[in-house]
Write a protein that binds this ligand. Structure first.
Ligand code: NAD
Length: 280
């Protein structure tokens, strides 16, 4: 694959339908802890305990503390240059000066809400849901509360500090965990867990089918279906550009490969100069 930015910008200018598929690496420079990195103590739990419906049924208290911690970390973080570059590029007036008459959609696996906070032009397809949504577990109710405030219940307030100091987690009683504001049943984080179906799949399939350029940003390309999108774009003749600090499964599909932090390589590839003085 080519690493030539000038060459990439020539391709970009002639593209018509552009998509970006983003992962946790997009938010790395914002200091969002990765699953493995969170406070150390989470390492003693596996993904099954923390990110499956079965794990939640086994210990809602443990799972809620994990997600409460992640919510607090996301709230404290600021969008970085890569978020801002995508946000600028998503504005039709700005993009038209770089790529006249093109469409652009961000498909993200991230649940931290940082793309939305960076004024990314909608729709942002947050295929794995959002940390800040609260879903009712009562099948008859199924109420979804968007952007539930944080801390979302008294039982969780302060538990993020326990995690920072790596002390053991308390067992929070069910009634002290977040509840549905409509029916009072137990609430759960509005994220897509292993074994659950991601959001917006039909819309995404349509976009992938027509895309002639796919930017793969900060994802290990191991989690499906997101991992298949670049392959599909390449299969029907579109081009793929991968932005990652490490080698990833996306490399084998790449026509362009930009190694390094995406907060540096992405603005450069899009021909943008981004200042991060802005607090959001
Ligand atoms: P991943 O952890 O599997 O891969 C992250 C990738 O980002 C790696 O390939 C890594 O080399 C790369 N990376 C790290 N820093 C980078 C940087 N500065 N610039 C460019 N690349 C960088 O994450 P994934 O592919 O998103 O898939 C894992 C799952 O974990 C997803 O389902 C996602 O929803 C979830 N997750 C989300 C967040 C978040 O919302 N910020 C954080 C952790 C995990």
């Amino acid at each position: 694959p080519s690493k030539d930015f000038d060459n990439f910008r020539t391709l970009l200018r002639s593209s018509k339908h552009i998509i970006a598929v983003a992962g946790a690496g997009l938010s790395a420079a914002s200091g969002i802890p990765t699953f493995r990195g969170t406070g150390g103590m989470w390492r003693k739990y596996d993904a099954f305990s923390l990110a499956t419906p079965e794990g939640f049924a086994q210990s809602p208290s443990l799972v809620w503390q994990f997600y409460h911690y992640r919510r607090q970390a996301a709230l404290a973080a600021q969008p970085n240059r890569a978020h801002l570059a995508l946000s600028f590029f998503s504005l039709p007036a700005a993009r038209n000066q770089i790529v006249p008459g093109s469409t652009f959609t961000l498909i993200t696996q991230n649940v931290d809400g940082l793309s939305a906070r960076s004024d990314q032009e909608p729709p942002i397809l947050e295929m794995h849901g959002r940390l800040f949504d609260l879903l009712c577990t009562n099948r008859k109710c199924k109420h979804v509360e968007f952007n539930a405030e944080s801390p979302i219940c008294e039982g969780l307030a302060g538990t993020e500090m326990l995690i920072e100091t790596k002390t053991t987690d308390p067992n929070i009683e069910l009634e002290d965990l977040p509840r549905c504001s409509k029916c009072g049943a137990l609430g759960r984080p509005g994220v897509v867990w292993f074994g659950e179906t991601p959001h917006h799949l039909d819309t995404i399939d349509g976009l992938v089918a027509q895309a002639d350029l796919c930017l793969v940003i900060g994802t290990s390309s191991k989690v499906y279906p997101a991992a298949s999108y670049a392959e599909e774009v390449k299969r029907h003749g579109g081009k793929v550009a991968v932005f990652n600090v490490e080698h990833s499964h996306g490399d084998s599909k790449a026509h362009y490969l930009f190694p390094g932090p995406c907060e540096e390589t992405l603005p450069k590839a899009l021909g943008l100069s981004i200042s991060v003085d802005r607090k959001i």
